[in-house]
Design a protein. Structure first.
Length: 313
């Protein structure tokens, strides 16, 4: 698996980030271990867990999920230094001072305990409307780093202005620079790409192609002869601005499909056509061009199969 530098750190992470949110409630122990073993065998090293139930509607069980990953790690005791372990944590709404620090420290300590490790490589701060002033959160992160509990900080779902604010404050004396921006929704052209390039903040994108986008990639599947999942993933992997694509498989076959997508090479014209059609879709579940996978500016009529031949792999 290709490795990319993570922010300005000395970490290099695989271009496929293994999300473990489905482990423990959508997959059993044997399937979970098979996924983790296969990911390692294929050269993956970037694992993302969660310390809180961020998907209550799906009854996400972070305790069971992280505990299963921890059991797998204990069975592979020599892997710790080879892996980049991250977990997402949430600032309690309305908390400040000691309450804020206690909550965030507890989440990091609990994640480390479940995983059976002494520290986390990355703590990913989950955005919420109750997110407290940046300088206060930065101070908490510094103290957690001083305790040896974590090495770096990233963000999930942050608006661009909040990332810019953190980076601006990071220019002041602070050891906890924001190293990554993880998108919690569809990837579109936005200021995050410019921020990523200018400040060397790694951009990590979650597999977002559901609901309204799925018909679009289903149409692309008929043209390119691959699954709609692989077409979408291959497009994300082709983006130079994206450091890693995060995907949470339930079984080994899903993981292998994602790894194969990372190796697919589309012609530049094909990638441009996929991007144009994707970006012209509204946010899910509305996808106005789902039934007409056409090139931007191509005109009123969708391309015929013969016209797509030149855009194949």
């Amino acid at each position: 698996m290709k490795k990319n530098q993570y922010g300005r750190t000395n970490l290099r992470v695989s271009n496929l980030c293994l999300g473990t949110g489905r482990i423990g409630y959508l997959s059993d122990r044997s399937s979970a271990f098979e996924v983790l073993d296969t990911y390692l065998e294929q050269g993956g090293n970037f694992i993302q867990t969660t310390s809180h139930a961020y998907l209550p509607s799906l009854e996400c069980n972070p305790d069971k999920s992280e505990s299963l990953v921890g059991e797998w790690l204990r069975g592979n005791p020599n892997l710790r230094d080879e892996l980049v372990l991250s977990t997402r944590i949430r600032c309690p709404e309305g908390a400040s001072g000691l309450e804020l620090e206690y909550s965030m420290r507890q989440q990091v300590e609990l994640a480390a305990k479940r995983l059976g490790v002494g520290y986390l490589d990355i703590a990913l701060l989950d955005w919420s409307n109750g997110f407290f002033p940046t300088y206060e959160v930065m101070s908490v992160m510094e103290r957690l780093s001083d305790r040896g509990l974590l090495r770096h900080v990233g963000s999930i779902g942050f608006p661009c202005w909040r990332i810019a604010e953190w980076l601006g404050r990071g220019a002041q004396p602070s050891r906890m620079r924001l190293e990554s921006a993880h998108l919690d929704g569809p990837f579109t052209r936005c200021c995050l790409e410019e921020l990523s390039k200018e400040h060397r903040v790694s951009l990590v994108v979650r597999w977002p192609f559901t609901d309204g986008y799925e018909p679009l990639f289903s149409a692309a599947r008929r043209v390119f002869g691959r699954t709609s999942f692989q077409v979408g993933m291959a497009w994300l992997f082709s983006r130079e601005s994206i450091c890693s694509v995060q995907f949470s498989p339930k079984v080994k076959s899903q993981l292998l499909a994602a790894i194969e997508a990372a190796r697919v090479e589309f012609a530049p014209e094909a990638l441009a056509s996929i991007e144009d059609a994707y970006l012209q879709c509204a946010l899910p579940p509305h996808c106005p061009r789902a039934e007409e996978f056409v090139l931007s500016g191509d005109g009123e009529e969708p391309l015929e199969e013969a016209d797509w031949q030149t855009l194949r792999i």
